[in-house]
Ligand binder design. Structure first.
Ligand code: AVI
Length: 309
């Protein structure tokens, strides 16, 4: 809806489309439609991270239950997944659960679902952008804390920002806290590309939805069908990149500002960094966390690391 758009969205899009290498921050992929499409992606056979991490979590829960002190409060960065979060809560029976998510609506519905399933658990949802400073509820300041950051979401941050984020988690949770984090591994390029550009076309719709969102919320007239989704492996930076590539010369306006793209020029919309085993450990160390245990699936596709502040 024009006029009601988030001013930060407008600023990021107008600046991003005019940049020498046009790019829009990936967080704007997740409006309601984008979140639904991402949910659909996690159920695709080619998108291995969700299934692999869930199976791995199931397998390591008995070990985690002994490694995590009794009376721990779990702080999840993100609203929580309907499958992964209950696995953790069931295994370690925490003193409290604090999901932190920017979308208050999504947070509310996932907290309601968990309250039904864990009626004795104290749940304190916090509606905040977990990447920016925020306060934990007073009730969870005393107990030891475990940060939970599954899904390889850390991979969507460039290493410098990822390090800042990990340091911010450390400051928030305090010295001696634990962090349980999912990190995707480097693997053959064909498998990586297949996970981000599959025949079903859901990831393409997820990416193209950004242009639809710009048209809807920022009064744009981008001809969406003049762009196509492309997933690229950037070997130097160890990451999958999502781009929207112009298929012909195209001109459009957003919030009254004109833009022109030549055929083949692209808008960079997301990075998904993949970490080799030692690279993952180094990133955590740079972020102020010492890895204390690490698990991976038999194929070495995905890892879960427990680290201490
Ligand atoms: C949310 N994040 C971890 C996903 C990823 O794999 O980087 C986002 C995604 N983009 C395309 N497919 C999935």
């Amino acid at each position: 809806m024009p006029g009601t758009a988030d001013p930060q969205f407008r600023q990021d899009v107008l600046a991003g489309l005019s940049a020498p290498i046009p790019a829009v921050p990936a967080r704007w992929l997740y409006d309601l439609r984008g979140s639904e499409l991402f949910d659909e992606i996690t159920r695709l056979p080619s998108y291995y991270p969700t299934e692999t991490e869930t199976a791995l979590l199931k397998q390591i829960m008995p070990e985690l239950a002994t490694a995590i002190p009794r009376g721990t409060a779990v702080v999840e960065f993100g609203a929580g997944s309907a499958t992964k979060t209950p696995l953790l809560l069931e295994a370690i029976a925490p003193a409290a659960y604090v999901p932190v998510d920017i979308s208050g609506d999504y947070l509310g519905s996932s907290a309601d679902m968990l309250r039904e399933r864990f009626p004795d658990l104290a749940i304190y949802p916090v509606a905040a952008d977990f990447a920016r400073p925020f306060e934990l509820p007073g009730e969870v300041l005393d107990p030891p804390k475990l940060g939970f950051f599954p899904g390889s979401t850390i991979g969507n941050f460039v290493p410098r920002t990822a390090t800042d984020l990990l340091r911010h988690f450390r400051d928030l949770l305090g010295t001696g806290s634990l962090l349980l984090i999912g990190m995707d591994r480097v693997k053959p390029i064909e498998r990586l590309l297949a996970a981000y550009d599959e025949p079903e076309g859901v990831t393409a719709s997820f990416n193209l939805n950004l242009l639809e969102r710009i048209n809807r919320e920022l009064d744009g007239d981008i001809p969406v069908d003049a762009f196509r989704h492309e997933a690229r492996w950037n070997d130097m930076l160890s990451r999958i990149e999502m781009h929207l590539v112009a298929t012909s010369d195209v001109e459009f306006t957003v919030s009254g500002k004109p833009f022109a793209f030549k055929a083949g020029e692209s808008i960079h919309t997301e990075n998904s960094h993949k970490y080799p085993r030692r690279g993952a450990r180094l990133l955590l160390l740079a972020g102020g966390w010492t890895p204390v245990a690490e698990w991976e699936d038999p194929a070495g596709d995905f890892s879960i690391v427990l680290a201490q502040a």
